[in-house]
Ligand binder design. Sequence first.
Ligand SMILES: *Cc1c(COP(=O)(O)O)cnc(C)c1O
Length: 360
Amino acid sequence: MDRIFNFSAGPAALPLEVLQQAQAELVNWRGSGMSVMEMSHRGKEYMSIQAEAEADLRELLGIPASYKVLFLQGGASLQFAMVPMNLLRGKASADYLNTGEWSKKAIKEAKKYGAVNVVATSEERNFSYAPAPSQWKLDPNAAYVHITQNETIGGVEIFGAPDTGSVPLVSDMSSMILSQPVDVSKYGLIYAGAQKNIGPAGLTIVIVREDLLGQTVAGTPTMMDYQIQADNDSMYNTPPTYAVYIAGLVFKLLKTMGGLTAMEQVNRAKARILYDVLDASSLFSSPVAKENRSLMNIPFTLKNPQLDDEFLKGAKARGMIQLKGHRSVGGMRASIYNALPVEGVQALADYMKQFEKTQA
Ligand SMILES: *Cc1c(COP(=O)(O)O)cnc(C)c1O
């Protein structure tokens, strides 16, 4: 099996078991005589696939019955618009925490629909930390408070749900959903593009508290109205059927692996391997404040950026790809989502230590 260790931030590695199962079922899904790609989304086979995916996701995340689960398209980026369109609910403004590139994009889009109050920002320190909730200037009349739970580019993660009182908390969980348990009841809305830690690109998951639905701004397109999507079980039009199927296989696998509590243990151990190397090194370093170090995306820099290319070349020769940092940050970034095996993380750590020795 000539698989490589793929540290891509997204689309990202998928579990080999899932790919193999999809391969086995590709041309004939469980005796149906057809591929999932060929099924009517209104047929009983596909309906069962989507219903089971939803049930498994509800079980994994412990989603309360008062929340809707939506399988949408358009990526997390479309949610930057759908959130204000649906959740402003006649209020004048929304609160946003600015912790990096994805926060900035969400803020920019929300400004098209209402006033945005930035409650705190870490821009002055190059987005290397998340301002503590005690520093936020929350507006009690805000429609909602938006946070980016894990900044995929900066590698800055907020652990747990900040208390926003009676103002609904909205979180972009694109790059950390399913990496650890989440108390969904603390949130008004959670959204995530699938291509980081769930499945293929093309699927976006929204988990939303029912009482927030049905008050869209005038002119909201039908497809962008959560209420309409919820009323139609995410089948107002054709859903991304194959992506939902693969996501469903991932959910099943996570359940057999012990669910999100077990995933958190594995993910903490994996991240620890890399952060330990970074902390002990005089060549590599992490730019991120310790309390916000992401379990999923680990940016790091080399003391001398002129070594970047050599480092990347050596990594590739050892079967490790996609380690180049985002163009806005530079350096390296290792994305170590659920599907990136611990062996891959260990291989990277070993290579970093070896590389440092050759530079001594
Ligand atoms: C990747 C990413 C996005 C954008 O996702 P698309 O599905 O490409 O629109 C938004 N937010 C975060 C945190 C991301 O990691």
